[in-house]
Design a protein around this ligand. Structure first.
Ligand SMILES: Cc1cc2nc3c(=O)[nH]c(=O)nc-3n(C[C@H](O)[C@H](O)[C@H](O)COP(=O)(O)O)c2cc1C
Ligand code: SF4
Length: 525
């Protein structure tokens, strides 16, 4: 039997992977070729999807992007033996985009059958949990702390320290909640892991539960991810049947159960306390802190809340040790970050690299520059609340502190690129309007401020023929003052960070507002 891989990742499905898989099965049957179809995750080279791989004696070789009409030609050319064809990409692992990555968290994605527990075990799966079960909870927490892992959901808080707080509580039960709301623009790494290697997330959550004495886990997943939800549910059922989940995890006498909960469909439900409200069946509104969720979280009980990538990075840390993970990266940003390249780029996709790679390398060496062929003018990193960065800042390394140093943030590692046709005043308005639409309404600076902010930007924008340009400098100052109030007076980071894209647009792209550099002075810079 020849194994042929066709991704069932939703990115690949959206460009026709299902029809390609069906076509391969039909063509193979017509030619009496012995083919086993494996529906793998995506390798993350999205411009090549649907990317089909064939397992040959010399390893896996790739073809793409494949459409159903290409199939007769591919079969005729001998693609089942890895022979040349106009769509041939050579040995998959040798494609430069993949070869130059450092895949720790994504080590199995695209390689294994996502819902095959046997495949997961055969590729070093569950080694981390087995080791964790031989250690006291405090030693597991210490190893995660030592690895330097920081939350990949946005705030970059040290994961081990969060776990230590939960470990130090005595309540029963305790919970582990995985934040899979993935609401940031241009992000898809959580989805790729959940669709492409759900067991790694399940293992990471189980280790978290064993470490702090939590017995119940929930994955709060956005409703727009039906494929990921299905993959997770299938994997949870398989893990439970094999004794990796349930009342007696691998006969350790320790319990850990896991369930998937589909989210309520609002950006704010990704904020951890609003997510807890939503999980409890209420409207997603932000809670006051303290108490921290680690002390009084879900149903008032101590709760670990971590992002998908944070939790999915735990198994390799437990398997290979904290030092191994820590050896990657720079400064206080240790390990790797799965970076998502999106927007106007030739080669959009997933690039997992150690911290320290620069934005420029990502945009040009991996992303291949703009898809339109025009110069790249701006990138937004870290989702809708991230700053817009001009070309002069493209040499900034991917490092939490380096980004803070330029009033930007890495967030969840999403990068959205724009060419020189972008209207940065429109982007600034969009950022403020996003905040106005998504505000939960609990605090005044965000609820009222974001709406007044949109009006203020409209008065500055040159595009509006009626109010444009009237008292432009005074209105810029007003928006800056408003941003200052939102930055310092908002209850959560939605209102507290929405000013970043606006201020960065003023500061780096004043010409798009009809401003000169002289108009830059003001609050909230
Ligand atoms: C408005 C808003 C939206 C957020 N959305 C997400 C999200 O979709 N996914 C996520 O993991 N974290 C999100 N966060 C961050 C979470 O509040 C929290 O910091 C994170 O889940 C903690 O996990 P980590 O330490 O592993 O990053 C959001 C925060 C804010 C303020
Ligand atoms: S900043 Fe906005 S989203 Fe956050 S609590 Fe206040 S109103 Fe709600």
């Amino acid at each position: 039997m020849i194994r042929v891989f066709v991704p069932r990742d939703s990115g690949a499905l959206s460009v026709g992977a299902e029809a390609v898989a069906r076509g391969i099965a039909l063509e193979a049957a017509a030619r009496a070729a012995a083919v086993t179809l494996v529906r793998n995750g995506s390798r993350g080279l999205y411009w090549l999807e649907p990317m089909v791989e064939v397992e040959t004696r010399g390893g896996r070789v790739a073809y793409g992007p494949v459409t159903p009409p290409d199939l007769p030609g591919l079969f005729a050319a001998g693609f089942l033996e890895g022979k040349p064809h106009r769509l041939a990409l050579g040995a998959t692992e040798e494609i430069p985009y993949l070869r130059r990555q450092e895949r720790l968290t994504f080590a199995r994605v695209g390689i294994t059958d996502p819902v095959s527990l046997g495949d997961y075990e055969a590729h070093e799966g569950y080694r981390g949990l087995r080791r964790a079960l031989t250690m006291p909870g405090a030693a597991i927490v210490d190893m995660v702390t030592q690895s330097g892992l920081r939350g990949r959901g946005g705030a970059a808080f040290p994961t081990g320290i969060k776990w230590k707080t939960v470990l130090g509580t005595t309540a029963d039960p305790k919970y582990v909640v995985c934040n899979a709301d993935e609401g940031d623009s241009g992000t898809f790494s959580d989805r790729m892991i959940m669709e492409g290697d759900p067991f790694v997330l399940i293992e990471g959550m189980t280790i978290a539960g064993i470490a702090v004495g939590a017995t119940q886990g929930y994955i709060y997943i956005r409703s727009e991810y039906p494929h990921a939800t299905r993959a997770l549910n299938e994997a949870i059922a398989a893990a439970t049947a094999a004794g990796y989940l349930g009342p007696d995890v691998l006969e350790s006498g320790k319990r850990f159960d896991l369930e998937v909960r589909v989210g309520a469909g609002a950006y704010i439900c990704g904020e951890e306390t609003a997510m807890l409200e939503s999980l409890e069946g209420k409207r997603g509104m932000v809670r006051y802190k303290p108490p921290l969720p680690a002390i009084a979280g879900l149903f008032g009980k101590p709760t670990i809340i971590n992002n998908v990538i944070s939790l999915a990075s735990v198994p390799i840390i437990l398997d290979k040790g904290g030092e191994y993970y820590r050896d990657y990266g720079m400064g206080r940003s240790r390990g790797t970050l799965p970076i998502q390249l999106a927007g106007n780029l030739k080669h959009g996709g997933l690039v997992e690299k150690a911290f320290g790679v620069t934005l420029r390398e990502l945009l040009y060496d991996y992303g291949g520059g703009s898809r339109t062929g025009r110069p790249l003018r701006a990138v937004q990193v870290g989702g809708p609340l991230g700053a817009y960065l001009p070309e002069s800042q493209f040499d900034t390394p991917i490092d939490y502190e380096a980004f803070t140093g330029i009033s930007a943030m890495l967030g969840h590692g999403g990068i959205v690129a724009f060419d020189d046709t972008v209207d940065m005043a429109a982007q600034a308005r969009y950022a403020m309007e996003f905040c106005a639409i998504e505000s939960c309404g609990k605090c005044t600076p965000c609820r009222i401020g974001s709406t007044r902010g949109v009006e203020g930007i409209d008065r500055v924008r040159t595009i509006d023929k009626i109010v444009a340009g009237r008292d432009r400098e005074a209105n810029v100052q007003l928006v800056r003052d408003l941003c200052d109030t939102m930055l310092h007076g908002s209850l959560c980071a939605l209102g507290g960070m929405a000013p970043f894209p606006v201020l960065s647009a003023f500061n780096h792209f004043p010409e798009d507002f009809g401003l000169t550099a002289g108009a830059l002075a003001g609050a909230g810079r």
